[in-house]
Each structure stands twice: as structure tokens, then as C-alpha cells.
Design a protein. Structure first.
Length: 450
């Protein structure tokens, strides 16, 4: 691949994910929806968690999978390398205060996630196979007026999502797993690729019901195991936790002075990297999670929206915090390390060599779950563009791509998929703003009846 083309892709990625386009648009949209919905992510959080994790399903609702399975499918795609690598990068470049801004991004993002899920269920349809089909492409095409604009926005979203699914939702993930297992245990890349492709195929080829059943078991186990590992690291350094919490809040508004191998970070860096990595981790505003929400068994769009917004809370406020405090309590954030090596250093400081294994296994499980979640996102995007006849060929190609991702260099694929991933948000955010009146009316109607 020519260097000029790579430079162009890199420049496009920097612009889309830079401080002047997507990040302020995502934050402002989340804040606007928070105001219009009267802080629903705060007033309804505990009831939403109860509905999602305890009730788990709605009786007699139309749909393909339960509330809980829809949530776990969305979490499968969301809880990934951002929770391990993204948090470490944010702290390494923005200082401890970046964790605070990740939390703030997650909190306003919950209103965005709520809105995406509500519209996805409200405007979903039944396809030729008798399954639910919904997501941003459907509420854009069927809800935004004039119809020509809505259709255009829907097609753009589906096109961007379909490309991103093969990159950041597939080949990039298998490549990361292969590289990690090769470095840690000497496993040849082709073996990792083959095992991942076979395992993914066994789940993906069965469709959303198969994905929902698998993620309903796999994702909770995956998250709990990682939290246990992170929790043990924090407990081993519990005397440092109060100081770490204080450092997060003080650095969030003043920046962080240089210490040890840490180069120091200004306030602007804390905000920039905290917000950017928070969005990368929870994907609020990208619209992808709405595709999974549309498959849920429910008669009330608002009820599924309440369940879906807990995804951002679990991902960013809970899981990312375990990584962040493990890094801060062990003091490794001052070593100058970055990314996965920084998280591994934290877990190793608390748990010895076993800690490195926890991070390696965690990355593997998180990446594999991302492949499963994004396979469904890409499938529904392709279906929207060309119809249900493309579903089986798509699934087969997607599984094959998992193998090739593990054995190929993916710098160009990563760059393109990063751009497509960001571009998904643009038509989606336009749709959320134009349909905000529908969101508010539907929400108020639900609470007046319940």
C-alpha cells in the first residue's frame, strides 16, 4: 500500500475523530438529549438495571431475543479493546483526569444510547425471514422527513456500518488476538485465525437467536472474570485507592504534572483523550447498538431503551473504572508505558505473571465477543442495502474474513474502518436531532401509562 494513500487515510481518521467534528457533535447531542429527556439516565438508572439484569425478558413481546440477550449482544460488540487498551491510552496521554472525562462521556452517552434504542424498536420492521430488522438505517429512512433525505441518510449509515463491520468489527479484532497470543504464548497466527473462524462460524451461522443465546452466557462470564482480576489488583493496593480517586478529580480540572516516566498532561489533553477514548469504548452515538435493541422481545420501545442505556453504564462507568483504578493504584501510570502493556504492567504488579495472563485472556475474550456483535450489525446493514438474499453469503464471507484478519498486516484496513466507524455517527446524530420530538413524546407516553 502506497504511503500517500496511507497518509490520506490517516488524515481522514484524524479529522473525523479529531476535536473539531465528531467529538463535539457527539457530546453536544448527548447533552441536548439529556436535557430534553430530563436526565433520564439518572432518574431511571436503578430501575433500568433491575429490568435488564433481574427481570431479563418481557412476556409476550414481539421480537427474536430477550431484553437481556439484546443487551448482551450489544455489550459483546462494545466491551472490547477500548476497555483495556483505550483506558490505558487515555491515562498515558491525558493523565489520571482522563478517567473522569471518560465517565462524563459515558453519562451523557447514556441518553444517546437510550434514544437510539427507542427509535430502533419504534421503527423496526419484520423482514422476509420473519425476523425483526431495525436500527438507525430504518429510523432514518422511515422517520426523517423529507423522505428522500431520510432514505439517503439510511443508506449512508448502512454502507458505513457494513464496511466498518469487516474492519474494526472483524479483521482488526482477530489480528489483535493473533498478535497477542503469539507474543504471550507463541501461538502461530494461522492457528489463532482458524480457531477463531471456526468458533465464530459456529455462532454466527445460526443467526441472531444463536448469537443471543451464546452472548447471554459468554458476555456476563467474560465481564465478571475481568472485573474479578481488576478487583484483586485494586484490593492488593487498597490503601492507594483514596489517593487515586482524589487524583482523578483534581487532574480532571487542572491537568497532571510530570512524574516518573510520565511526561505530564495539560487540562486540554485530559479532556481530549478522556472523551475520545470514552466514545471509542461505549460507542454511544454511533447507532450500532440500536440494531441489537431492535431484535428484542418487547411491545414498548421505551422499555427496551431503558435496558439498552445500561450498556453504556456497564461498559464505561463500571468496566473501564476497574482498568483505570488498577493502573492508578499500582502507580504504573508513571512508568511511561502506553496501551495494553500499561494495563498488563498494572495487573502484573498486583497479581504477578498471572496478571499478564488475565489481560491476554481478557483481550482475547473481548475481541471475540466484538466479532459476534458486529457480525449482526453488518448483516442487518447489508440486508437493508440489498435484501435478505445476501444474509447467508454475508455470514460465510464474514467468517472467512476472521481467518485472514489474523494472518495479514492490517494497517490500511484499520485506517479505513476507523474512518467508516466514525462516519456512521454523522447520519445517526442528524437523525437523533431531527427525531428528538418523537423520542420525547414516546418516553412521556410510556411513563404516563406506567
Amino acid at each position: 500500500m502506497s504511503s500517500s494513500l496511507m497518509d490520506l487515510v490517516s488524515a481522514a481518521s484524524s479529522f473525523v475523530w479529531g476535536p473539531y467534528l465528531l467529538i463535539p457533535l457527539l457530546l453536544l447531542t448527548g447533552f441536548y438529549l439529556t436535557v430534553r429527556l430530563r436526565g433520564i439516565q439518572f432518574t431511571q438508572l436503578w430501575g433500568s438495571l433491575y429490568m435488564a439484569l433481574i427481570v431479563r425478558k418481557e412476556k409476550d413481546g414481539e421480537g427474536d431475543i430477550s431484553h437481556f440477550q439484546a443487551l448482551m449482544t450489544a455489550l459483546a460488540a462494545t466491551v472490547g479493546t477500548g476497555n483495556i487498551v483505550g483506558v490505558a491510552t487515555a491515562i498515558a496521554l491525558g493523565g489520571p483526569g482522563a478517567l473522569f472525562w471518560m465517565w462524563m462521556t459515558g453519562l451523557v452517552g447514556m441518553a444517546t444510547k437510550f434514544s437510539e434504542a427507542l427509535l430502533s424498536v419504534k421503527f423496526r420492521t419484520t423482514d422476509e425471514n420473519g425476523e425483526q430488522a431495525g436500527g438507525p438505517m430504518y429510523y432514518l429512512a422511515n422517520g426523517v422527513k423529507p423522505a428522500g433525505l431520510g432514505k439517503l441518510l439510511g443508506v449512508l449509515f448502512a454502507l458505513f456500518a457494513a464496511v466498518a463491520a469487516f474492519g474494526i468489527g472483524n479483521m482488526v479484532q482477530s489480528n489483535s488476538v493473533a498478535a497477542g497470543l503469539n507474543d504471550a504464548f507463541g501461538v502461530p497466527n494461522w492457528i489463532t485465525g482458524l480457531v477463531m473462524a471456526v468458533a465464530a462460524g459456529a455462532v454466527i451461522l445460526g443467526g441472531i437467536k444463536s448469537i443471543g443465546r451464546f452472548t447471554g452466557v459468554f458476555v456476563p462470564v467474560m465481564i465478571v472474570l475481568y472485573m474479578i482480576g481488576g478487583g484483586l489488583v485494586i484490593l492488593m493496593n487498597i490503601d492507594k485507592l483514596p489517593g487515586a480517586i482524589q487524583l482523578v478529580f483534581s487532574s480532571a480540572f487542572s491537568g497532571t504534572a510530570a512524574a516518573g516516566g510520565f511526561a505530564g498532561a495539560a487540562l486540554a489533553q485530559a479532556i481530549r483523550f478522556g472523551v475520545a477514548r470514552g466514545i471509542f469504548s461505549n460507542e454511544s452515538g454511533l447507532g450500532s447498538a440500536g440494531i441489537a435493541a431492535a431484535a428484542a422481545q418487547t411491545r414498548e420501545p421505551t422499555r427496551q431503551a431503558l435496558v439498552s442505556m445500561t450498556q453504556t453504564f456497564i461498559d464505561t462507568i463500571v468496566v473501564c473504572s476497574f482498568t483505570g483504578f488498577a493502573i492508578l493504584c499500582t502507580g504504573v501510570w508513571e512508568t511511561g508505558l502506553n496501551g495494553a502493556p500499561l494495563t498488563q504492567a498494572a495487573f502484573r504488579a498486583g497479581l504477578g505473571d498471572f496478571g499478564s495472563w488475565v489481560v491476554s485472556i481478557g483481550l482475547t475474550m473481548f475481541a471475540f465477543s466484538t466479532v459476534l456483535g458486529w457480525s449482526y450489525y453488518g448483516e442487518k446493514s447489508i440486508e437493508f442495502l440489498v435484501g435478505t438474499k445476501a444474509i447467508l453469503p454475508y455470514r460465510l464471507v464474514f467468517v472467512i474474513a476472521v481467518f485472514f484478519g489474523a494472518i495479514r498486516s492490517l494497517d490500511f484496513v484499520w485506517g479505513v474502518s476507523d474512518v467508516m466507524n466514525g462516519l456512521m455517527a454523522l447520519p445517526n446524530l442528524v437523525g437523533l436531532l431531527l427525531l428528538s420530538g418523537v423520542i420525547v413524546a414516546e418516553t412521556r407516553g410510556y411513563f404516563s401509562r406506567n
